[in-house]
Design a protein around this ligand. Structure first.
Ligand code: GZL
Ligand code: ZN
Length: 379
């Protein structure tokens, strides 16, 4: 309580002094190459390496939650895919000023070094919570130790971290990426059997190497290929982007003339791969030359699944904002949240040949995409 009174007095004095000296913001050190925004409006055009910040005259943020506003520092991977855009929107709309938060959002442009700088900035600004969507699984021990030493709780969201001591983060919420891969491959096995496709020659377009989503989805495919005798004829990272996905598919088609499946580790890679396949004069779809598998089920991806260009799309739900808020509310109430929470995710297809798949004894329904299914989705 004492801290509260002191900080309220401090904020009052700061408020008076700000009015006296015409306001001004304490600017966090800006990261080279990443953009940092505070609140929802920017007061300066954000150049490549610039840092935006809201015209908030809350003065220096004395310990955040002591003035009722919870300050959240969020280090986001980047803006590489539709999934990432939906994920950022979910975080920004949840941690809004109207909802009682001050969000410091940093876009690392897919570079881990920018995330390390952002986290150190959050520590200097004494945020109440650090939320990290890690670009890659390794390399976090030192900076998370600094956050722990500063007494700032850390929530890992989306992809996972691989650290020597799991007390370096408080909790994780995200997708079970290996299960996503296993579900997709069990569907492919059942579909190939139903269609009498004897030989599968698979082009494998991976996500960013070292990201949990890539690790899990790759494990799912490699284990199924081993088990079912499929041929992975090409394997390369498409970096979760459409441009790279198209480039990689083009080169795979040039060096392989027997590809009949392409396993894309996200929708944006699938969009690029489909462009490359069509440009090469080949066809996609249930009766086409190449079956396109994908992950994410973003809006454009689920629509292409209804059209058949994508034959099977395994969901990866990006709406983590409310889930992270639930974890913060638990910690604010002094509760210990679950260490690891996986999101339930579906599997969506063009056809209805396969009604369900089974992984480790657990059944998962398969949903044929219709307009009604699309209209009923949150993203
Ligand atoms: C998955 C997420 C992946 C998406 C891609 O949770 O980490 O990163 O599948 C995104 O679209 O780039
Ligand atoms: Zn997922």
């Amino acid at each position: 309580m004492k801290k509260k009174i002191i900080s309220m007095l401090l904020v009052a004095c700061m408020g008076l002094s700000l009015v006296a000296c015409g306001g001004g913001n304490n600017k966090p050190a800006s990261n080279e190459g990443s953009t940092t925004e505070e609140g929802s409006e920017a007061t300066q055009p954000s150049d490549e390496g610039g840092s935006d910040e809201s015209a908030s005259n809350e003065g220096s943020d004395e310990g955040g939650s002591s003035d009722g506003v919870i300050t959240v520092g969020f280090s986001q991977v980047g803006a590489e895919s539709d999934w990432r855009t939906a994920n950022s929107e979910s975080m920004k709309s949840t941690f809004s000023e109207e909802n009682g938060y001050k969000l410091i959002f940093d876009d690392a442009q897919q570079k881990q070094e920018n995330q390390l700088t952002a986290i150190r900035n959050f520590i200097n600004q004494e945020v109440d919570y650090i939320v990290l969507a890690p670009t890659t699984e390794t390399g976090w021990d030192t900076v998370l130790q600094e956050a722990k030493d500063a007494g700032i709780p850390v929530i890992i969201v989306d992809r996972m971290v691989d650290v020597s001591d799991d007390t370096l983060y408080n909790c994780y919420v995200g997708g079970n990426f290996k299960l996503e891969g296993q579900k997709a491959c069990e569907w492919l096995k059942a579909y190939a059997d139903a269609k009498g496709i004897k030989e599968l020659n698979i082009a494998h377009i991976q996500g960013n190497i070292g990201a949990s989503a890539q690790i899990g989805r790759t494990e799912g495919l490699e284990e199924a290929a081993e088990k079912y005798g499929w041929n992975i004829v090409a394997q390369q990272s498409g970096e979760f982007t459409q441009a790279k996905g198209q480039e990689v598919m083009e080169s795979m088609l040039k060096s392989n003339d027997n590809i009949n499946v392409v396993y894309c580790e996200n929708d944006n890679e699938a969009f690029g791969a489909i462009d490359a396949i069509k440009a090469a004069g080949k066809t996609v779809g249930p009766d086409g030359d190449i079956l396109v598998m994908s992950f994410d089920t973003v809006k454009a991806g689920i629509e292409m699944t209804m059209a058949g260009d994508i034959i099977c799309n395994t969901e990866c739900n990006p709406l983590h904002g409310p889930r992270v808020e639930e974890l913060i509310k638990k910690m604010e109430a002094g509760e210990e949240p679950e260490k690891i929470a996986y999101v339930d995710e579906g599997i969506f297809t063009y056809g209805d040949e396969v009604a369900k798949v089974t992984v480790d004894g657990q059944d998962y329904d398969v949903t044929k995409v219709t307009q009604e299914v699309i209209d009923g989705r949150m993203y």
